[in-house]
Design a protein around this ligand. Structure first.
Ligand code: ATP
Ligand code: MG
Length: 278
């Protein structure tokens, strides 16, 4: 997962524009002049001839909270794999802002460019405290050149305190992360991603396995992040999607089946047939 040293260097050292494997990488100033943070254009991904994504075209606006729903196997996770560079499309383009062609960057370069991804299973440092987890995430941010052993500045402490408040873990700051509930671990991992100030955050089934109460709190958290961050949330929990939904995209067989307000897609006969009516 680590970028080769020269690649990391190329995207970082020029503090703006670098040339990496022929791709122009703008790390700090993402060009979103046309309002979109992400464009997928005509993306096809085949696995042994089976098209997991089939001419998928989709764009996400800056500050948007987009929900992506659809039946098992629709291609939702594959879409995230393409955005994060884990899977290369056979065809099509993926642009981050106006200028960054993600298909030409490594997974590490994509993360560094400002795309954070939350997988379903929480991955926190179980034997470190909640506070330390956030501290480590902050110091792992390659834009901040700081040793893991350096003392925190008061400004950094404030950032962590603010994040603890946002993810509702202030009272658990000194607990070992391994002792948290499943939902709390998920919030902590989201907090760790946020410490790196991603421009786009991808969340794959974030409330799976959460209690109803935790799910409700997660909805509040996401609503509080919308506008400040661009979020793409994949989820099967329709009660959750109904609370947070702004614009909803329904994927089916690797393409967009429907897109629009939750109430519109819920009443779309095709969506009812392939997904919601089951
Ligand atoms: N690495 C792979 N090799 C072969 N087939 C794959 C691979 N990854 C995904 N697929 C197939 O591509 C299709 C889309 O899978 P994907 O995981 O993207 O669906 P999904 O919409 O995330 O489904 P779910 O809601 O169940 O998570 C499925 O038929 C899956 O079996
Ligand atoms: Mg999936």
């Amino acid at each position: 997962m680590n970028a080769p040293a020269h690649a990391t260097h190329a995207t970082h050292a020029t503090a703006g524009v670098g040339d990496t494997a022929g791709a122009r990488v703008v790390t700090d100033a993402l060009d979103t002049t046309h309002g979109a943070v992400l464009y997928l254009d005509d993306i096809t991904v085949s696995f042994d001839g089976f098209k997991a994504l089939n001419k998928l075209t989709l764009d996400i606006d800056v500050g948007e909270l987009r929900c992506v729903i659809g039946p098992n196997g629709a291609g939702k996770t594959t879409m995230m794999d393409v955005i994060t560079g884990k899977t290369r499309p056979d065809n099509g383009q993926v642009f981050f802002g106006q200028t960054i062609d993600l298909t030409r960057l490594s997974e590490a370069q994509i993360a560094h460019a400002g795309i954070g991804r939350k997988f379903q299973k929480p991955t926190v440092f179980e034997h470190h405290t909640v506070f330390e987890n956030l501290e480590l995430a902050m110091k792992a941010d390659k834009r901040v050149r700081q040793s893991l052993f350096a003392r925190l500045s008061s400004e950094q402490r404030d950032r962590i305190a603010e994040m603890l408040r946002q993810i509702r873990l202030t009272d658990s700051a000194d607990r070992e992360a391994g002792l948290l509930s499943h939902g709390q671990k998920q919030w902590l991992e989201i907090g760790m991603l946020l410490m790196q100030e991603p421009k786009l955050l991808l969340l794959d089934e974030p409330v799976a396995g959460m209690s109803d109460d935790e799910t409700e709190r997660t909805a509040e958290l996401f609503l509080s992040l919308a506008g400040k961050h661009s979020l793409v949330v994949v989820e099967h929990d329709m009660a959750f999607v109904e609370i947070i939904a702004r614009k909803v995209t329904v994927l089916h067989e690797g393409s967009v089946l429907a897109e629009g307000k939750m109430s519109d897609v819920q009443n779309d006969q095709r969506v009812i047939e392939v997904y919601l009516g089951r």
